[in-house]
Ligand binder design. Sequence first.
Ligand code: ADP
Ligand code: MG
Ligand code: MG
Length: 876
Amino acid sequence: MPYTYAFDHKHRRPPMELKDLLGGKGANLAEMTSVLGLPVPPGFTISTDACRAYLEGGWPEGLDAEIARQVRKLEKAMGKRLGDAADPLLVSVRSGAKFSMPGMMDTVLNLGLNDESVKGLADQTSDERFAYDSYRRFISMYGRIVLGLDGKLFDAPFEEAKQRSGVESDAEVGADVLRELAESYKRVVADSTGQPFPQDPADQLRGAIEAVFGSWNGARAVAYRVRERIPHDLGTAVNVQAMVFGNRDDNSGTGVGFTRDPASGAQGEYGDFLVNAQGEDVVAGIRNTLPLSALRDRFPAIFKELMGIFARLEEHYRDMCDTEFTIEQGKLWMLQTRVGKRTGRAALRMAVDMTKQRGWKITREEAVGRVAADHLDQVLHPQFAEKPAQLLTKGLAASPGAAVGKAYFSADDAAAAAEQGEAVILVTSETSPEDVHGMIASQGILTSRGGLVSHAAVVARGWGKPAVVGAEAVRISGRSFTVGGTTVHEGDVISLDGGSGEVALGEVRLTLADPPEEFTTILKWADQIRKGRLAVRANADNGPDAANARQFGAEGIGLCRTEHMFLADDRLPIVRRMILADTPAEEEAALEELRVAQKADFVAILEAMDNLPVTVRLLDPPLHEFLPSTEELELKKATKGLTKQEERLLAAAQSWHEFNPMLGTRGVRLGVIKPGLYAMQVRALMQAAVERLEAGGKPRVEVMIPLTVTRQELGLARGWVADTVAEVVGDLPKRVANKLDVLIGTMVETPRAAVRADEIAEEADFFSFGTNDLTQMTFGFSRDDVEGRMMSAYLEQGLLKRNPFETIDQGGVGQLVADAVEGGRATRPGLKLGVCGEHGGDPESIDFFYRVGLDYVSCSPYRVPIARLAAAQAVI
Ligand code: ADP
Ligand code: MG
Ligand code: MG
């Protein structure tokens, strides 16, 4: 396989399918050249193979010869030679990975200039000033980008020169001064590197190519890949291309153009251009640009040609494209195109519009496929509408949406301030179930510790509340925090964007969260596509959340965590009384009180989800979570002394203390020890169902036993559930009882349950994969402990390709799921299968769950639209 390909190389497949080899920019340049026949300055691409070979074993053998051959071809095509003293060829060296990547090496323009060829350029253009300006720019660009020198080294002599010649603007500096500047720039290079500035264009070229290769492993590029989940082993391609000059004269210029508006999605061209300018001048914002429409008056023929090209690009790529173009002395050149990035709003509008395009159109499946989860996130949540003036830090983007409010440092203070009508941001090191009231009252949540599955992150996502977590630079002490040199006191206004992780001082303007009408259209199409193949449910624990989830399109509840009902302020004392009970009678009395409370909760949920399945998980967490912490009580005992009741709580907390509670007495194990507890929960649930029936509703109940390990254990638990169901239903007239629809199943969240799923299915009507615990136990990673430092080190070093708590680990945890699906269905072909872990809202995981044969996924209510879209994309 060769390492280099000319833009007009005859590939066997369309270049666009060769992005892995040619990189995005190279593939598009080849496509424009050889498939579309557009005016592209000739050049060639050095493949990602060459980059990978270089990164592994140094400069690849044979690459020099190939490059020399390509350069000769290019020289022939252009009728000019690199380094020629009379009429030199100049080239640009452009990096271009498969995915566009900030942090990679910048483009080097005007390569090939040296002490001789600069004279040729001056003669050819009859413009000495232009030639020497290009030369001194090239030396400084090469010095900065390729040789890694500090840009200030070049700025200082330039300022000095301007002063000496008594001019203000760069453009006024004369040719002679520029010639001298080129000399002093060369001295800067020689002094700083110990080597003279390379005069041989072949050396210049090799240096630039190596710098592009090397930039693949630059710190910024690596960090970007981790965040965007781009594999580290792709490598980048390098494009070497003949220069065209938009800065030649007033009949020249350069610009960027979109085939439609990337912000709104509106049809019609959009962009900016500059007369007599080169390269990045347009994006750099140095000069005021003109709108693309001004091209119509200034260069009517070029405008017409460009609009023709835009139409062809859209038809060819069947999508919106962005372009970079240059006009040299009245001739149009295309320098780049690609399917353009767009906002969420624009993505929705374009996808729908393009199904009705004249001449060419996309199908509804394609339209659904073009909208990404991020796009929906953008229109569902507000975001920063401007760059923050005072960015404080960047933490983990834990829950999308932006918020502005006054900083408060405890849940109580936040709740109190919110009560007074203030917009509040809760700032704490981390959160726990005891902080929930303060979290609810806040516009947004900022924590300095914890990862993407920390309590704060999970709860905030569930409510659709903005959160930035793990902002390690934030040092909290009492009622203030510092970041770097800035201190933020209680009541100071801060802003955060949970979609980007940014935290800023003061008020940042926000965009609105109002989905455009195309949002509804796309989701309707998505639902039609996935109908009967993959359902989407929500995780919800109370009536309002369930109703909210249904609004978002949830087709049932995949996980109702009953412990959340126990944690409410008015319930906790009853739960504690149950735990502290000395006699069976006391325990029963407490359970009876809980039953009444839970029944009301269940009625509300079943009503909100009428005629849709509701999976209720029996109590799962270890009991100590309902008790005060032993440390707190021990401290109080040593200082103020304890009341009688507190003495008992302390004794209970000590006796329920476990070294490893997540692997301790929880889930069904708790049921084995306190069987009355599960019976009470089922009684409450079934009585609620009967009440709904009598009210004319259609309750569909699925009772779920958590943390099953063996068939025997599940058989025992199923017995309690079935007995209690029979007990409640037994009193009913047959006509009513027959209408009750009850399934009994289990979570599959331990590796053993997954491996022995065939046996376990004998006792289960359904499985719901609890992939959070399953991941934790399969990896042996404590979810709350590995998220911060360890996980980022693993991702940066490529030890893990993905955070397995965000995206299902297909080869390991996913294999267990697949095996359990097979085992379970072998025993019970009609076994209903779903997933209720955080993965249920992750598009890539959803795709996997569909492929292994699950019937539904379940996620937090705000994630439901994204899951509906992802489910449709999985099915397509
Ligand atoms: P990026 O990926 O950062 O956009 P590019 O490789 O596209 O970098 O180069 C940046 C700019 O340099 C282009 O927009 C274009 O204006 C200019 N440029 C690159 N190659 C050439 C060329 N062969 N002739 C003229 N200008 C060029
Ligand atoms: Mg570009
Ligand atoms: Mg679990």
